[in-house]
Write a protein that binds this ligand. Structure first.
Ligand SMILES: Nc1ncnc2c1ncn2[C@@H]1O[C@H](COP(=O)(O)OP(=O)(O)O)[C@@H](O)[C@H]1O
Ligand SMILES: [Mg+2]
Length: 275
């Protein structure tokens, strides 16, 4: 015979109270297609009970801010990871100077959205921010799967991308612009950039805003970031111009550090692979 349960018979782990700088992990609230590609690295925290905690701001930019977020299961130090959260700006504080040229040849499925975006209304601009986040996330996922050294893209939600935090001992990896590598490392860095550009070119793609500011130097290894404007070299009417500019920006930095690389040679090598 069953005795009725009293209130005190229920044992459960109380949910932790969340602080102002915390939220429940958004991992399971986003749709499947908004998660990063598989096989997923082991450090990605997918647990239902995980909590996201804001650790602070890493960089503010014109179009997006990058924050540090810890995603962790309370009480489980083995289920914790620090992520970079790139958040595209609120439409009122942001100018998408990169918009028009890069988007040529890209199609928007819903004509109402396309009209709102072309009119530049507040609604249209907020859609543009969401679209940039999704476009960057899709490009990162594609490139990561092709072996291009980009941060692993964990998930995208509205205007926020959560991705692998690229770090070195002591904090965030510096940008290549700040690096002073010795000649061997300088050559290795150039080979890494050229290889990454070549993989992209074989896919018909160019970064579109490649420079020593959008490449992180994680000790011996370079990681390419800031990918919302990745473009199709052939179908974009300015594709070749963007690729040439990427080659010039990259080679100018290597030359300034003492490696005599020619932008025209790099461009020719990449073009030969793209067609
Ligand atoms: N995954 C990451 N890991 C470490 N630092 C990052 C990461 N992503 C971005 N950053 C830092 O934030 C800065 C801005 O990010 P970026 O994607 O280049 O956006 P923006 O459009 O503002 O240039 C970078 O220059 C870099 O210093
Ligand atoms: Mg950048």
């Amino acid at each position: 015979m069953h005795t009725p349960l009293s209130d005190t018979d229920f044992s459960f782990t109380p949910l932790p109270d969340l602080a102002d700088d915390q939220r429940w992990s958004t991992w399971s609230s986003v749709e499947k297609g908004q998660h990063g590609p598989e096989p997923r690295p082991g450090w990605v925290v997918t647990d239902e009970g995980a909590v996201d905690t804001e650790l602070g701001i890493l960089k503010t930019g014109k179009e997006a801010d990058v924050h540090l977020v810890e995603r962790a299961v309370p009480g489980r130090p083995d289920r914790a990871s620090v992520l970079a959260a790139k958040r595209y700006r609120n439409p009122d504080h942001r100018m998408f100077h990169r918009d028009a040229g890069y988007r040529e040849g890209r199609r928007t499925r819903r004509s109402r959205d396309a009209r709102a975006m072309s009119k530049g209304s507040a609604f249209g601009r907020s859609l543009v921010a969401v679209q940039w986040a999704h476009t960057e996330f899709t490009a990162m996922s594609d490139l990561w799967q092709s072996g291009v050294p980009v941060p692993y893209p964990v998930q995208v939600d509205d205007t926020e991308i959560l991705m692998e935090y690229v770090e070195v001992a002591g904090g965030a990896a510096p940008r290549l612009a700040q690096a002073r590598p010795d000649p061997d490392l300088l050559q290795s860095y150039f080979d890494q950039v050229r290889d990454a550009m070549a993989v992209m070119a074989r896919k018909g793609l160019a970064h579109g805003d490649l420079s020593p500011y959008n490449i992180l130097a994680a000790e011996e290894r370079l990681v390419i970031i800031d990918l919302p404007q990745v473009l199709d070299i052939v179908s974009n009417p300015h594709g070749a111009d963007y690729l040439l500019r990427d080659c010039r920006n990259v080679c100018a930095w290597f030359r300034s550090r003492g490696l005599p690389v020619e932008p025209d040679d790099l461009f020719a090598e990449l073009v030969a692979q793209a067609w």
